[in-house]
Ligand binder design. Structure first.
Ligand code: PLP
Length: 370
């Protein structure tokens, strides 16, 4: 990424833009346009809503956790009527429940369903394929919008095959890039919804994007150096192969859970089918502050653990295990947690990191260390 910024209206950029806009589709599992914004992923939430909906439209969201509720809040701020359904955040969304709500909406008031694929605040993944099948199977015309910010390139995402209308993502998680790029993959149905949408939409307008992107350009100044990085990150994912990338994440997530169980601590995620490939949220024992523990780990070992977000503030710390990591970075992370638990006098059992090492050792493969 540390290269000279080139003229973003010139031929050299055009070649980069054309290749990237085509290549990025692969990681989203789509043949349709993927728009790339110079923004955080929160911007892409807004792009998804403001291109497709009209003031007062009803959108359905679930209390999956901090990010799902933030997206719902964005929708409310844009003037949409948000129906926020209660949900037990410790488990992934139940597709049958989604279907039931849509079937009961006989007046077809719900215009969009917002689903967070991997809720980063809880480490809980929803079976997006099953939710897609439920939405489509309900016969309801609502658009399905999925936040894949922390699932993309850590867990399989299939925009077309799963019937998702808008897939939102960002650069700084599984894509291994610094923050600063966001994405919306857009189905033909969502593109069609744009024709009748009446929410104000300027910066995020897909029409402008589509027109400029056709020639490899952007309607405004793109984040050129991040695009250099994106080209490289896609190349890295191609070299490893997406199925291998997902298997690596699943294995590291499993090793992390071995460590947590070894410490005698509890995860936020409750059911096996809901465990995240990307992040594990760990509950602090009663009477202990997760942020005080995190501060000890940062001070002693220069390692940042994720903080508890929203309601989970102080009650949870999060171990990230996504992106450009290998066995030894993971083991180092888990060792740092274990030493920190002891130094911060958090009640736990020793041997969690060793349990994770056992799992990694038993599941290692020839050439896996590359
Ligand atoms: C990180 C994250 C976001 C927010 O991304 P920003 O780039 O901070 O706007 C949204 N959703 C999920 C699931 C995330 O993990």
């Amino acid at each position: 990424m540390n290269r000279a910024v080139i003229d973003h209206r010139g031929p050299e950029f055009q070649a980069l833009g054309l290749a990237l806009l085509e290549n990025v589709k692969w990681v989203f599992g789509t043949r349709h346009p993927v728009f790339i914004y110079p923004s955080s992923a929160t911007g892409a939430w807004e792009a998804a809503l403001s291109n497709t909906l009209s003031p007062g439209d009803t959108v359905l969201a679930f209390q999956q956790g901090f990010f799902a509720e933030r997206w719902a809040r964005s929708a409310a701020r844009l003037g949409l009527d948000v129906r926020l359904e209660p949900w037990d955040a410790a488990v992934g969304l139940d597709p049958d429940r989604v279907k039931e709500i849509l079937v009961a909406d006989t007046r077809r008031e719900i215009r969009a369903v917002l689903v967070v694929h991997n809720e980063t605040s809880t480490g809980v993944t929803t079976d997006l394929e099953a939710v897609g099948a439920a939405v489509r199977g309900s016969g309801h015309p609502a658009l399905l919008m999925a936040d894949t910010v922390s699932s993309l390139a850590a867990t399989d995402v299939q925009h077309d095959a799963w019937g998702v209308d808008v897939t939102v993502s960002g650069s700084q998680k599984g894509l291994m890039l610094p923050p600063g790029l966001s994405f919306t993959a857009v189905s033909p149905r969502a593109m069609e919804a744009r024709e009748t949408s009446r929410l104000p939409c300027a910066y995020w307008d897909w029409g402008d994007m589509l027109e400029s992107n056709r020639d490899g350009f952007f309607p405004y100044t793109p984040a050129t150096t991040l695009l250099y990085g994106l080209a490289e990150s896609l190349e890295m994912l191609r070299e490893e192969g997406l199925p291998n990338v997902f298997a690596r994440h699943a294995r590291f997530a499993e090793a992390t859970r071995w460590a947590v169980r070894g410490w005698g601590l509890e995860m936020v995620a409750r059911s096996a089918g809901s465990f995240s490939n990307a992040v594990t949220a760990v509950r602090m024992p009663e009477g202990h502050d997760a942020d005080a523990f995190r501060a000890v780990v940062l001070d002693r070992f220069d390692m940042s653990l994720g903080t508890g977000l929203g309601d989970l503030k102080g009650r949870v710390f999060r171990i990230g295990h996504l992106g450009d990591i290998n066995e030894l970075t993971l083991v180092g992370t888990l060792a740092g947690v274990e030493m920190g638990l002891a130094l911060a006098d958090v009640p736990h059992q020793g041997g969690g990191a060793a349990a994770a090492m056992d799992h990694l050792k038993e599941t290692s493969s020839a050439g896996g260390g590359r």
